[in-house]
Design a protein around this ligand. Structure first.
Ligand code: UDP
Ligand code: MG
Length: 356
């Protein structure tokens, strides 16, 4: 059985870290208390293994921890599956009132985490806990954000691979923030980073952009994502494209600039062509009107105009969303697994994960 104490109860005395930490914070606990944040939507089949696995890994690192599973509008009893886990996992469920999406679920987790560090990971077992010792080591060296970088996208569809590549290229060329390509939400973050993220007021949250925006000393660790233990990805092509668009419009005004540049170029062309026609008219008399050219030109220009009005509308919609000031998520219930719940005791986590 894992024997760690959840840090809602007093933990062991804290000692300052010695060694290579270089002035990030004068004193860092040697054994940080870790809050594990796991957003989960319809992951009842794998959540037990994931929570058990991370609890086991943290126990073997001799750390204190809590696991917060954010039940993001699941319909398959994900929250109940967590409540049935062995209390030694120190898992609680933050149930959102409906599906708000992964970004909102992560935000909810960060808002409710109390640890010296927060570890974000997926519920589906794709994020290997074997990286945790390395993450801890890096944190002890003084890094405030340690993110896992996928080195292998072979298991993804060409659509996702090419789309992701283009997306990062576009965001990087906009030059406003430097989002490391292939870095996901599997991250170990110091409390200072979490507090900075929590201060960002925007409701429409594109987390990968926000992690980069807040800055801090960050370092990537390469990893190969494991196969999903159960089910399939919940991000369809349409959802991914939506997320990419959200990222671009939240972190770059590049589309608006493109609209201005294309508009200016077309206006210059139209002016040049108009001048040419005028000169031709004065010098050679009236021409037979070129109706097809006029019609094609009109259709083209109105198409371009509508497209750019649409892009303007997208930014306006972002502003509208923010101005409404609705919360990013609504919590329906926060449920802690308790030691004296005999039902929970009876079920337990799978033996292989319960060993500390
Ligand atoms: N997820 C969530 N809310 C959603 C969709 C997904 O909390 O609306 C969680 C999901 O349960 C998983 C993580 O986000 O823990 C990543 O989702 P998924 O595995 O579907 O994405 P992928 O690995 O394909 O990027
Ligand atoms: Mg996944």
């Amino acid at each position: 059985m894992a024997t760690q104490i959840a840090f809602r109860t007093p933990g062991s005395p804290r000692r300052p870290v010695s060694g290579p930490a270089q002035g990030v914070r004068a004193v860092r606990p040697l054994r940080p208390r870790v809050s594990v944040v796991i957003p989960a939507r319809n992951e009842a089949e794998c959540i037990g293994t994931t929570v058990g696995g991370v609890a086991n890994a943290l126990a073997s690192l001799d750390l204190e921890w809590e696991v917060i599973v954010i039940d993001d509008g699941s319909t398959d009893g994900t929250g109940d599956a967590v409540a049935l886990l062995d209390p030694a996992c120190h898992a609680s469920v933050l149930r959102l009132s409906r599906n708000f999406g992964k970004e909102a679920a992560l935000t909810a987790g960060l808002d409710h985490a109390n640890g010296d560090v927060v570890l974000c990971m997926d519920a589906d077992g794709q994020h290997p806990v074997a990286l945790l010792p390395q993450m801890l080591e890096r944190w002890r060296e003084g890094y405030e954000m340690i993110y896992a970088v996928r080195t292998d996208r072979a298991m993804e569809s060409p659509f996702k691979r090419i789309g992701t590549h283009l997306f990062y290229k576009l965001l990087r060329s906009a030059g406003e923030i430097d989002i490391p390509p292939d870095a996901g939400d599997f991250r170990w973050m110091d409390r200072t980073v979490v507090e900075a993220l929590r201060q960002l007021p925007e409701h429409n949250r594109f987390m990968k952009g926000l992690y980069s925006w807040v800055g801090f000393r960050s370092i990537g660790i390469p990893f190969i994502p494991l196969a999903r233990t159960h089910g399939h990805s919940q991000f369809s092509r349409l959802k991914l494209a939506g997320l990419a668009w959200k990222g671009i419009t939240s972190f770059s005004v590049l589309p608006l600039r493109a609209a201005s540049i294309v508009g200016a170029a077309l206006a210059t062309l139209a002016f040049a062509y108009g001048s040419y026609e005028l000169a031709h008219h004065i010098l050679h008399g009236t021409d037979v009107p070129g109706w097809p050219t006029v019609v094609v030109g009109m259709m083209f220009f109105s198409g371009v105009q509508l497209l750019f009005i649409g892009i303007l509308g997208e930014y306006l919609a972002r502003v509208y969303d923010e101005v409404k000031g609705r919360p990013t998520y609504v919590v329906a219930e926060w449920r802690h697994a308790t030691q004296d719940d005999s039902r929970i005791q009876a079920q337990g986590i799978p033996r292989e994960h319960a060993q500390g």
